[in-house]
Design a protein around this ligand. Sequence first.
Ligand code: MN
Length: 196
Amino acid sequence: MKRRILISNDDGIYSPGILALAKVASRLGEVRIVAPDVEQSSMSHAITSSRPLRYKRIRLGDFEAYRVNGTPADCVALGAHRWGHVDLVLSGINLGLNLGNSCWHSGTLAAAKQAALLGLRGIAISAPVTDSREPNFIFWFTITPLEGAEEGTDRWAIEHNWVSITPLRLDLTDEKDLSRALSLAQTPPVSAAKKG
Ligand code: MN
């Protein structure tokens, strides 16, 4: 059976990045695109629980695609559920680098994290874009470049013209502090416990 590759993003299903990713992924297996109907950048790992989700089947290039009225994490959960068996989830290609602190609010990364939560493999992919900030009289969160990336970090790699590949894990437990808390406990711990 051909490898099944589910593709999503947070820029919306009509972003050029997702079609570029689908084209490359189609060399590796059967591709299905399930992505938000509108841009959901910076939605992090939000899921939709207060209203029903709907999808609409569309044609995107040569690919079977579904536009969903939800977040990136919704799309991966719904896509994996409806397809039945998925070997790999790819998210992106995001228009703008997901490096450093942006990992906390990136919807692109959240799609890959949702895959991991479902026991699937997930990879989030992003690429730089030219400055697209618009001059206007509204307020808009934007990116202020930081100086001096620490050697060995993702930002440092990109600044030195490398590709950055960062393995992540879902467990946010601070093992060092947990060990310290346990060592301070006089009696067998009842409140300090690893999440999970
Ligand atoms: Mn985005």
